[in-house]
Design a binder for this molecule. Structure first.
Ligand code: AMP
Length: 387
């Protein structure tokens, strides 16, 4: 097939240009808010007209990600396009990238949306990660469990997030049930990392290879879902510097133009292992909205439109607490009580159905110390979620 050339666009895109975002969740919504402040039109491409991004975009295209012709038609009306989650089928991004610049490039999505490919990338480039084996059958899984030892964690290679598609293996008797639950899809078995803590680094890379790195944040998960992120992470400077350097090198090795988050395990010996790469703004970077000179979403808009990246300077210690559907169990949460806590701000995603485990919004607290910020944001959340 002869493809039309990708349309040339002026750089930076002027106000009034139209930015597309594939996906319509809260990350697309927060991108739209930031991009519209810079004067851009924003159009989301999603599977529902009532997605969170719809409340902030100029237009939502409800298009099947399998319909390449329809995606190409939408792309023809855009000046640049990005994506807001990595489970977008790479073919959908490629269909749009054939018509309009897509940043990050679909190849970045291809590498990072599959744990097996992502691990191969990390190993190829010498980035340390957890010991692992690719598993395609129960026999592979038995051999991998022997090679890595137990406990270990089995993860589907594709379409996992927030702990979905994961099973912890404690003993040999867990092997068959874990494979019955996750196989026959390709999986990765990872050795269990007895980590001291988890941190993540959000960074942006522009079209000329310039990189701007945010302060690493310390992340605490509950039931595999991010619960609280805080920055600064209060770790030795040498560990934080290595995290920043590794993240920058990963963005360069992937040739990312846009925002990417690199999640790390910090081992008890103080070494870093890359856990996951997300080629988009990340939940652990939401505190940049309230706490930094430029938010991760504004960086995404700047990188996409060819504007200079902004300062990542953090203006105050900060902590962010996720609001999951459980918070609505006793009815509408008490936002007045939460917002009466000093330095606390609220972001709700406009989702109508507060299912357990669903990310409905988040609270951020700024305070003179990160310990106070964590204490205030968790107190605000317990005041709000009163059931
Ligand atoms: P993931 O979806 O891979 O980021 O996993 C979600 C969370 O599960 C991580 O943030 C960790 O808290 C935990 N986890 C995942 N893999 C491992 C591992 N190999 N060792 C210890 N904990 C893990």
């Amino acid at each position: 097939m002869v493809r039309p050339p990708v349309r040339e666009v002026s750089v930076p895109l002027p106000p009034g240009a139209t930015l597309g975002v594939i996906g319509g969740g809260q990350l697309g919504a927060m991108f739209a808010m930031a991009a519209k402040r810079l004067g851009y039109r924003v159009e989301a491409i999603g599977d529902s007209a009532d997605c969170p991004a719809a409340h902030h975009c100029d237009r939502v295209h409800v298009v099947s990600f399998a319909d390449a012709a329809a995606l190409a038609r939408v792309a023809a009306g855009l000046d640049a396009v990005t994506f807001e989650f990595e489970n977008v089928p790479v073919e959908a991004a490629r269909a749009m990238a054939a018509v309009v610049p897509c940043r990050p490039a679909p190849d970045v999505l291809f590498t990072t949306q599959d744990r097996a490919r992502e691990k191969a990338f990390l190993v190829r480039h010498g980035f340390a990660c957890a010991p692992h084996r690719i598993v395609r059958s129960v026999e592979d899984l038995r051999a991998a469990a022997v090679a890595l030892g137990l406990p270990a964690v089995l993860k589907t290679a594709a379409f996992g997030y927030d702990g979905k598609g994961q099973r912890r293996l404690e003993s040999e008797s867990d092997i068959d049930p874990a494979w019955a639950a996750l196989g026959p899809a390709e999986c990765v078995l990872e050795g269990w990392v007895d980590f001291d803590c988890e941190i993540s680094v959000v960074a942006a890379r522009g079209g000329t290879g310039d990189v701007a790195v945010f302060e690493p944040s310390r992340n605490v998960h509950a039931r595999h879902i991010l619960d609280v992120s805080s920055a600064p992470a209060n770790l030795p400077a040498v560990v934080l510097d290595e995290a920043r350097t590794t993240a920058s090198r990963i963005l360069a090795a992937l040739d990312v133009v846009g925002v990417t988050c690199v999640e790390f395990f910090v081992t008890r010996a103080g070494t870093l292992l890359v856990n996951e790469i997300a080629p988009r703004p990340h939940n652990s970077g939401h505190l940049t909205i309230a706490a930094c000179a430029t938010s991760q979403f504004e960086q995404q808009a700047r990188a996409l439109s060819g504007l200079p990246l902004g300062s990542t300077r953090q203006l105050a210690p900060a902590a962010m607490a996720n609001l999951l559907g459980e918070c609505w169990a006793g009815g509408e949460p008490d936002w007045s009580a939460a917002l009466a806590v000093p330095g606390v701000s609220l972001m709700l995603y406009g989702k109508s159905d507060p299912r357990p485990g669903r990310k409905m919004g988040h609270l951020t607290a700024l305070a003179p110390t990160v310990e106070e910020a964590i204490a205030n944001v968790t107190r605000a959340r317990s005041l709000a979620c009163r059931s």
